[in-house]
Design a protein around this ligand. Structure first.
Ligand SMILES: Nc1ncnc2c1ncn2[C@@H]1O[C@H](COP(=O)(O)OP(=O)(O)OP(=O)(O)O)[C@@H](O)[C@H]1O
Length: 567
């Protein structure tokens, strides 16, 4: 694809490294970084590659798709696109022995959760000790360990610089302290290109992601800066970006037909959302896009799960029947797996003493919240995990529960769970007990995604064999864990077409023809009454990321009477 570059963009391509490119959503940062890579390919010697670092597997996937559009296949082969985790793990695997004298061992998140569950004391201190004394590394320690290796050994640093003489850092505003330490050491020997939009900093509830990161970079490397903020290639003729920027800075919203808002009454939520999706697909087709891509975005997993159920049913809207919409859900495979293990633990209840049964279920619930915290650090997830660990201890000591949902689950145990030997029915029966309280709604939503795992058949047949052998589901947790590992599907790796649902966080870096942003009445609100100024600013950044995913059309669906987006 032949692209016209602005003078500023061309300046960034031509200028010597280090280079920092700033720009808003759709200003072409990712595209430009690949053109910069292309321009630097001639300096590579045989065997050398350009290292492109990004955050999530989903982001890497986006860059790979963009590479296909921008670069020829022989060029693509010379660009190594990696997540920070994967790159740091590579460094650790190859050289980690130098840190402790032992070959490093990786502790995978599932195993980390199990160890954490039985550990008494400060887990943060423990994982540092595990790394230092036993050479065992949890995922969160990779970047720090890799930084230590590169900073401490000139030969490792030269080896890496020799392999990767050019390093490109995407979404640099989101780097945490350890990743920054690693980048700093790499920048001493390799040429560096940084891409950033400070206003897309949406992971800042993680205290290690410092809002001052760009200033750290300026102070350390003094890169030449190129600001693309006047450019918008994603929706060049649309008011979408102006609207999103007005939401960001809390100024009056511009009038544009590209962003429409709809208010719904609580009893018409399902049909309004469903009709909105059908309208969006139709209007994009009318505009000449034969196969439009539409994303439906919500703030929470729980609301995404609910929206998926809504689109799978028939509704009546203004006297017309609207048929189910085929769609995909981009969900978090780790969370779904953790939620499935909670359901499995309930299947183990019959025949299991109350102390053990509830202790196990509450521990698996705490594991789920640990996984949630690992995916997106939040105080709420951390605290809920701690509360369920306590509930598990209370259960094992035979004490009464204090948490409302733990009490409800204990009452369900007391009233005797009857399973029939039909895995599909029994699974739903066990799963629906998780409707015990609001704090479990997100977990329940993820448990509902198990059907999307394409592992349901595998789980079903393993459960059926267990029942045939013993008349119970016996060690259901182990069995489901193995089935999930066998059938694991990397959801983030799929190409996104047609209608797809996800949280706003997951949409970062992606683009679609149309965007529907849905605010729930009771969950997934855009703002909360209790929000501090900083939380409100973060919510505004998040909404801007959501709105600017659209190339052509945005619809914002909100409850009747919701506070205005600005003002
Ligand atoms: N110079 C250009 N001319 C025409 N189209 C462009 C140009 N640069 C980028 N695009 C197109 O504009 C869209 C947005 O580009 P890109 O994803 O690179 O922006 P970005 O700044 O990385 O966005 P975000 O920060 O929102 O993820 C893509 O569809 C891309 O193909």
């Amino acid at each position: 694809m032949e692209l016209q570059l602005s003078e500023t963009a061309q300046g960034a391509v031509d200028h010597d490294c280090p280079v920092l490119v700033l720009g808003g959503p759709g200003s072409g940062k990712t595209t430009l970084s690949l053109l910069k890579a292309q321009a630097m390919l001639p300096v590579l010697q045989p065997g050398q590659e350009i290292l492109f670092l990004s955050f999530s597997r989903a982001a890497v996937r986006q860059v790979e798709i963009r590479c296909r559009d921008t670069l020829r296949s022989e060029e693509r082969r010379q660009i190594a696109v990696r997540t920070y985790h994967a790159f740091a793990m590579e460094v650790l695997r190859a050289h980690g022995r130098l840190l402790t004298g032992h070959a490093p061992r990786i502790v995978y998140p599932g195993d980390e959760n199990l160890s954490k569950a039985v550990f008494e004391g400060d887990w943060g201190t423990e994982i540092e000790r595990l790394a230092r004394e036993e050479g065992r590394y949890v995922f969160g320690q990779f970047a720090a360990a890799a930084a230590q290796l590169v900073a401490g050994s000139a030969s490792i640093a030269s080896l890496l610089a020799n392999k990767y003489p050019v390093v490109i850092l995407d979404e640099f505003q989101d780097t945490d302290d350890a990743q920054w330490a690693l980048v700093r050491t790499l920048s001493e020997r390799s040429k560096t290109v940084f891409m950033a939009d400070p206003d897309q900093r949406i992971f800042d509830y993680d205290s290690r992601v410092d809002p001052e990161r760009l200033n750290h970079l300026r102070a350390h490397l003094g890169p030449a800066e190129f600001d693309l903020s006047g450019e918008n290639h994603r929706s060049p003729n649309a008011g979408i970006l102006h609207y999103a920027n007005a939401v960001l800075i809390n100024r009056p919203l511009p009038d544009t037909k590209d962003v429409i808002t709809r208010a719904y009454w609580a009893n018409a939520f399902d049909s309004t959302v469903h009709a909105g999706v059908v309208w969006m697909l139709g209007s994009l087709r009318k505009a000449g896009i034969a196969h439009p891509s539409v994303v439906v975005l919500a703030r929470t997993n729980a609301l995404v799960g609910k929206l998926s159920m809504i689109l799978a049913q028939e509704h009546n809207f203004n006297g017309q029947t609207i048929r189910p919409v085929e769609h995909d859900v981009l969900w978090d495979a780790d969370l779904t797996a953790a939620a499935a293990l909670v359901v499995a633990s309930i299947l183990e209840w019959p025949g299991c003493p109350k102390e053990v049964a509830l202790g196990q279920t509450f521990d698996r619930i705490a594991d789920y919240f640990d996984a949630k915290n690992a995916a997106n650090a939040s105080n709420a997830a951390r605290q809920t995990s701690e509360r369920y660990r306590t509930a598990a201890d209370r259960a094992r000591r035979g004490e009464t529960q204090r948490l409302a949902s733990a009490k409800a689950l204990a009452a369900s145990y007391d009233s005797g769970l009857v399973l029939q030997g039909d895995p599909a029915q029994d699974w739903l029966h066990a799963r629906d007990l998780l409707a015990a309280g609001n704090d479990l709604s997100d977990l329940l939503a993820n448990a509902r995604f198990v059907r999307l795992f394409r592992a349901t058949d595998e789980i079903g047949s393993r459960l059926a064999s267990a029942w045939d052998l013993r008349g119970s589901y016996g060690r259901a947790i182990d069995l489901v864990r193995r089935a999930l590992e066998a059938g694991r599907l990397q959801s983030d790796q799929r190409d996104l077409r047609g209608c797809v649902l996800m949280t706003i966080h997951k949409a970062k870096g992606k683009e679609f023809d149309g965007v529907l942003l849905v605010e729930g009445q009771y969950q997934g609100g855009f703002f909360r009454d209790t929000d501090t100024e900083a939380q409100r600013a973060a919510a505004r950044r998040l909404l801007r990321v959501g709105i600017t995913r659209a190339r052509h059309q945005v619809a914002i669906i909100r409850p009747q009477g919701a506070a205005p987006l600005v003002g």
